[in-house]
Design a protein around this ligand. Structure first.
Ligand SMILES: C[C@H](O)[C@@H](O)[C@@H](O)[C@H](O)C(=O)O
Ligand SMILES: [Mg+2]
Length: 437
């Protein structure tokens, strides 16, 4: 079957998470977790679902960008797309008029992610496999054929990438079985959003410890005294053996980042995440260098535009943890490039997740990373946030603080239709009711 794509629709879906301060950090004080939600229809009835993540206002702009890309997708067949996926990625990212809006960054790239996520979902459904398994079962050459190596060959050539994948074929079966049995290790961010009061933080931490969590991320960066108090409280609750990470969401200048994080060093954070502007590669390098003697690494990636920037972060030793994001980069295609570069530079990948749907999606990529690229769990874990999973048709399954590999066919992007309708902005019931308050 060719699975000809006959239509692509996109909707603006928003969840009022800011009402309870879920997701709040030092820069995003009132996020409403949202998505530009894409559905692709084919002539044989099979559908593909995709999304990209946003924070509320402005989602309508991403929706417009998706609509602008739709013409490049409708009329194509799934077989045609995946037989030259690299070419299709380039078609979307290099359209000679629309590339002016990026290229490969900002709203147009978020839109590219939403569209391509839906295409990957469709492909996995057509094969009757969860996306991670579709990737794991591909031969190395097929994986390579999905990646656009333009702009990264000075750091990773196609031959080197192939070599990495071929080497990791050894014992792959064993790692797949291990994942199916034990799952992929995760950490939680949902105990310590910036605007949660201490009492709530304590309660959530107690509950998380009871459910087996051992790794915790805390939001910092607005007020140093608050950060000291909150980090002390959490470190005391989780004890010295458990892992603590801190996340400033781009709040500081370079020198300020170094001195602020030095003041928090006594709480032994494994990493400081997004200490400064996400675009400042050399700034991150300076921070990495200054904090290395304290045993604190730098993590970043949730707002890293594309593979070219990740390449430079790696070349400049500007990060010690690569945080891929399945809705910021150009979908699976571009994330594969980053996974392979990270492996070459021997930097662990610890994906960004949370938001709405990010956990559902990124679990597929990190499973592939372990089974077919890195073959290591050392210093590696995937973020988890306990919000909004109930809106998905195949929500994530967490067992003992580990992601259990999804079993349903697809990329786990499909939302419950009733949730989409209730949360559509501005006409869904949830928003109508809020407006009338
Ligand atoms: C606005 C969002 O909740 C961010 O704070 C969140 O993605 C965060 O940076 C994270 O690492 O989970
Ligand atoms: Mg973060």
């Amino acid at each position: 079957m060719l699975h000809k794509i006959i239509s692509l629709t996109v909707r603006d879906v928003r969840f009022p998470t800011s009402l309870e301060q879920h997701g709040s950090d030092a820069m995003h004080t009132d996020p409403d977790y949202s998505a530009a939600y894409v559905v692709i229809d084919t002539d044989c009835g099979l559908k593909g679902f995709g999304l990209t993540f946003t924070l509320g206002k402005g989602t309508e702009i991403v929706v417009c960008a998706v609509e602008a890309l739709a013409g490049l997708v409708v009329g194509k067949s799934l077989q045609g797309i995946v037989s030259d996926f690299r070419g299709f990625y380039r078609l979307l990212t290099s359209d000679s008029q629309m590339r002016w809006l990026g290229p490969e960054k900002g709203v147009i790239h978020l839109a590219t992610a939403a569209v391509l996520n839906a295409v990957w979902d469709l492909w996995a459904r057509a094969e009757g496999k969860p996306l991670w398994k579709l990737l794991v079962d591909m031969n190395p050459k097929q994986v390579i054929s999905c990646i656009d190596f333009r702009y990264i060959t000075d750091a990773l050539t196609e031959e080197e990438a192939l070599d990495i994948l071929v080497k990791a074929q050894e014992d792959k079966q064993h790692r797949e079985e291990e994942m199916l049995k034990e799952g992929y290790p995760a950490y939680t961010t949902s105990c310590a959003w910036l605007n949660y009061p201490d009492q709530q933080l304590k309660q959530l931490c107690t509950d998380a410890l009871k459910s087996g969590w051992t790794k915790f991320k805390v939001k910092v960066g607005a007020d140093l005294q608050d950060d000291i108090r909150r980090c002390r409280l959490i470190r005391k609750m989780i004890g010295p053996e458990n892992t603590l990470m801190i996340d400033a969401n781009q709040r500081w200048d370079v020198a300020e980042a170094i001195s602020w994080v030095s003041s928090l060093a006594e709480f032994k954070p494994l990493w400081i995440e997004e200490p400064t502007s996400p675009d400042d590669i050399l700034g991150h390098a300076a921070i990495s260098k200054a904090l290395a003697p304290l045993g604190i690494g730098v993590a970043t990636g949730e707002q890293c535009h594309n593979r070219v920037m990740f390449k430079q972060f790696l070349q400049a030793s500007a990060l010690q943890f690569v945080q891929i994001d399945c809705c910021r980069l150009g979908s699976v295609n571009e994330n594969l490039a980053v996974l392979l570069m990270a492996h070459k530079f021997q930097v662990p990948v610890c994906p960004h997740a949370g938001g709405v749907g990010l956990c559902e999606l990124v679990q597929h990529l990190i499973l592939f990373d372990y089974i077919c690229v890195s073959a290591s769990l050392s210093n590696r874990m995937c973020e988890y946030v306990d919000h909004l999973h109930e809106h998905f048709a195949s929500p994530v399954v967490i067992h003992d603080a580990r992601y259990m590999p999804p079993k349903d066919p697809g990329y786990s992007c499909e939302m419950q239709e009733s949730s989409v309708q209730r949360h559509q902005y501005p006409e869904g019931d949830v928003w109508k009711q809020l407006k009338n308050k």
